[in-house]
Design a protein. Structure first.
Length: 317
């Protein structure tokens, strides 16, 4: 029985992308999981707790001591990327709804769950965590600035609330992990041995909940959903490559951290902004933009496999 359980666990850990994609049909078939939406914050905190257990606090300090790199990454991610998206969509003559939605998505800070994706793709999780926190410090200023310059639209963000939320999401798991390593070191072996599984499960549940919440609309408007997905997916691929290109000189683990911080953004925060300050159709596009989130680990892994194979070939040639 134990060996069967180990086989299931190993299968899940070796097929993370497939496991996350399964959350889409499950969420559509069983939309009742939407009742768990109030627990998403706690699932994100669990992800970070497991991440911090495996991490040396000095790794985070190391990245904090690179302020110019962090400012460069955030400048490219939160300012340059949205401007590039704006000009490309404007040149292609997309309407205001699409342009506003995709620029807003491009301006989103790094999602907390991107730390899990970085862990699962063998990236530098400590750099990713620092990027998450710094991006949420800058985004409340960057988003209003961008939308005033590009759209002449005034957006007011509750900076204090964003700061408190991020402090809760990051500091509580960090302190819990430090205390656990201090007082329960011997009892943490199981968590460390199964850290991948304990990361995958909450991310799977988050994806399942998001799909469940949007299930009624998806079922009622399949053609409209497909139309918006065909527009949103290229932007996600742009994020994935953009994160790699802007830090071309860093090592692979750090590139993965930067790329994932851009690919797996905090869609929730821009969703709130879309509802509050924009046409409801903008919020609709942002809502649909949550769907590719569950599937992007597959192309990320494919890209990394290609890069690692190329690196190996160059080393032996």
């Amino acid at each position: 029985m134990k060996s069967q359980g180990n086989k299931v666990v190993n299968f899940i850990e070796n097929n993370v992308s497939l496991f996350l994609i399964i959350s889409i049909p499950l969420g559509l078939l069983f939309p009742y999981f939407a009742f768990l939406k109030n627990y998403i914050t706690y699932l994100l905190m669990l992800v970070l707790f497991v991440t911090f257990l495996k991490m040396d606090i000095m790794e985070i300090v190391h990245h904090i001591k690179r302020p110019m790199l962090l400012l460069y990454i955030e400048g490219m991610s939160l300012i340059a990327a949205p401007i590039i998206v704006y000009f490309i969509l404007t040149l292609l003559k997309f309407d205001y709804i699409i342009v506003a939605a995709l620029v807003l998505l491009a301006a989103a800070p790094a999602g907390v769950a991107s730390s899990a994706m970085t862990d699962l793709t063998s990236g530098d999780t400590s750099l990713n965590v620092v990027i998450i926190f710094v991006s949420h410090l800058i985004a409340p200023f960057a988003i209003p600035f961008l939308f005033f310059v590009l759209f002449r639209k005034y957006i007011r963000l509750d900076y204090l609330n964003v700061l408190i939320t991020m402090a809760k999401l990051i500091l509580i798991p960090l302190i819990a992990a430090l205390l656990s390593k201090q007082f329960f070191k011997e009892k943490l072996n199981f968590i460390k041995e199964r850290s991948s599984l304990l990361t995958i499960i909450p991310v799977f549940l988050i994806s399942l909940i998001v799909i469940s919440i949007n299930a009624p609309f998806i079922k009622s408007n399949p053609l409209q959903v497909v139309k918006y997905l065909l527009i949103v997916y290229p932007e996600y691929f742009f994020f994935m490559f953009f994160g790699f290109i802007i830090v071309f000189w860093l090592n692979l683990k750090e590139k993965i951290a930067v790329s994932n911080s851009k690919t797996f953004t905090n869609v929730s925060i821009v969703m709130v902004l879309a509802f509050e300050f924009f046409d409801p159709k903008v919020a609709l596009v942002i809502a649909i933009a949550q769907l590719p989130w569950s599937t992007m680990l597959l192309p990320v892994n494919m890209m990394l496999k290609f890069i690692r194979n190329k690196t190996s070939e160059n080393q032996y040639s």
